[in-house]
Design a protein around this ligand. Structure first.
Ligand SMILES: *[C@@H]1O[C@H](CO)[C@@H](O)[C@H](O)[C@H]1NC(C)=O
Ligand SMILES: *[C@@H]1O[C@H](CO)[C@@H](O)[C@H](O)[C@H]1NC(C)=O
Ligand SMILES: *[C@@H]1O[C@H](CO)[C@@H](O)[C@H](O)[C@H]1NC(C)=O
Length: 476
């Protein structure tokens, strides 16, 4: 009788319970981060040439997983990073799709031939329409110094067998748009796809461009050629996009995030009758910046500020945000419209901002004149909540010191439906991996309190049992 103490059973139970979320989320034994490094198919560029390729069924981690980061850079055949002033990386994007098993798509031409019923797009959650900006990940020149890490316990869930249509397979398309500017007469002009430098008057499909279209994606399509200095020669070289994917296996502790991309050129307008919020999003992707020479130095300090407001068709907690800008960009932000301001954007409440970092030297990752990184925002989970239907304001700034064609203003955000359970109380502490020690100490404290409580409980029962003839106190 004396040796039997149910209190210890309770204690073990509590410790086991405590150790579950603890070891899972922070010890990482059960769910460690996997890393894989892949190469895109090779592409070959000579001075002034452009490759805008769509590679289907590229290497990608398999299984039901949660993506934690996706980083990329252009390398040469020997594996050395190539600087932007030689090969300008206009963009790379990664898009998911589903294809009927047995049907093979390896290039864009295959996709055009494939039976519509054999292909299903598997893009992100919005908000542009018609498959525009439907990527899971995508960056440009800023790729080397932009964080894509998704903080614990969040991840982008992919490969969920329950979501793959039956008879289909989940695959990934990688689009790489690179411009070789070695020897270019006007490097910036080539990277901004100025039509005159490419001697392009028709688009890729032979349709004449509108006379006011001076530059942008329609003038630097695959296999176009930008103007090179007379007599300049250099070897064509073989390049790859090297991409590094990190992920963890999906389980019930991982909270999925949804991907949304806002575009500053979205012409969405609130209409009195618009009940379907997702209705008229027209994303044009690119726009031009007039130089202040042309318009005179106004009171805008020679900065072009573009703002739009959007009623968001989703809600949730903001987990991560990053913008994409081209050279000349000076910053971007997402604000929430304040209830008491009537259209006065200046007083919107800042939710997330993303600012460009320019390089200062020559070496890859630090090329002068290029945006080599964008700052990101990681609000503490739970601190920035978006309500469905609320009005957000998107803002993009560009310098007007010179004219720019084909610039972009994209804002990529990750949004979660849920907050992690332990974070409801430890929200401010459990933020990054750096906080592991704090969390460890906290859990140790909690465990200790538990031990003390259980011992107290056990002692209490012991007394109680003795007081009640050692019977039925526990009620087991
Ligand atoms: C496409 O697939 C559907 C369903 O399998 C079939 O009925 C149709 O004939 C196919 N179309 C072509 C052009 O092959
Ligand atoms: C530009 O294009 C036109 C028409 O396609 C062609 O006649 C002309 O030779 C081209 N100029 C250069 C410099 O390539
Ligand atoms: C954009 O420019 C405007 C006007 O100069 C300024 O008030 C605003 O703070 C800038 N926003 C960002 C995100 O840089």
């Amino acid at each position: 009788m004396a040796s039997y103490n149910p209190g210890w059973l309770v204690l073990v139970g509590i410790l086991v319970t405590l150790s579950l979320p603890y070891s899972h989320a922070f010890w990482g034994n059960e769910n460690k981060i996997h890393t894989a490094v892949f190469l895109s198919p090779k592409f070959v560029l000579g001075p002034g040439s452009v490759e805008n390729r769509f590679y289907f069924n590229v290497d990608f981690p398999k299984g039901h997983i949660a993506l934690k980061s996706f980083d990329a850079e252009v390398i040469d055949e020997t594996g050395n990073p190539v600087p932007l002033h030689e090969t300008y990386l206009h963009h790379w994007v990664v898009v998911r799709y589903y294809v009927r098993k047995g049907v093979e798509i390896s290039k864009l031409d295959d996709l055009k031939k494939v039976n519509r019923s054999d292909y299903i797009s598997g893009g992100n959650s919005g908000i542009c329409q018609n498959g525009i900006l439907s990527q899971f990940f995508g960056l440009g020149s800023e790729t080397r110094k932009t964080s894509t890490h998704i903080p614990d316990p969040y991840g982008i869930e992919v490969g969920n067998p329950a979501e793959v249509p039956s008879g289909f397979e989940e695959q990934w398309m990688l689009n790489v748009h690179a411009i070789d500017t070695r020897g270019a007469e006007d490097k910036l002009g080539c990277t901004e796809c100025r039509c005159d430098l490419y001697n392009v008057t028709d688009d890729e499909y032979g349709r004449p461009l509108r006379p006011y279209y001076k530059g942008g994606l329609l003038c630097c399509y695959d296999r176009t050629q930008c103007k090179v200095k007379h007599g300049f020669e250099a070897v064509r070289r073989t390049l790859y996009l090297r991409y590094t994917v990190k992920w963890i296996d999906m389980d019930r502790f991982v909270l999925p995030v949804k991907i949304y991309i806002f575009d500053i050129t979205d012409s969405w307008k609130r209409t009195p009758s618009s009940t379907e919020i997702n209705a008229e999003h027209k994303c044009k992707i690119e726009y031009d910046i007039e130089s202040c020479d042309a318009t005179g130095l106004g009171n805008d300090g020679c900065i072009d500020t573009k703002r739009i407001s959007l009623d968001v068709p989703f809600g949730g907690y903001l987990i991560y945000g990053v913008a994409h800008q081209h050279s000349g960009g000076t910053g971007s932000a997402l604000y929430r419209e304040c209830l008491f301001d009537f259209g006065d954007f200046e007083d919107g409440q800042l939710m997330c901002s993303s600012l460009p970092t320019y390089g200062k030297g020559e070496e890859p990752g630090n090329e002068a004149g290029y945006i080599v990184g964008m700052t990101t925002c990681y609000p503490k989970p739970g601190t920035v909540e978006i309500s469905e239907g609320e009005t957000l304001i998107l803002e993009f700034n560009y310098s007007r010191i010179r004219h720019h064609t084909g610039v972009m203003g994209l804002f990529y955000i990750l949004v979660a439906d849920d907050l992690p359970k332990p974070m409801h109380t430890l929200r401010t502490v459990v933020q990054t991996q750096d906080s592991i020690m704090v969390v460890t100490v906290l859990w140790a404290a909690v465990a200790l309190i538990g031990v003390v409580a259980v011992i107290a409980l056990a002692v209490h029962y012991q007394f109680k049992r003795e007081g009640e003839d050692g019977y039925e106190a526990i009620g087991m």
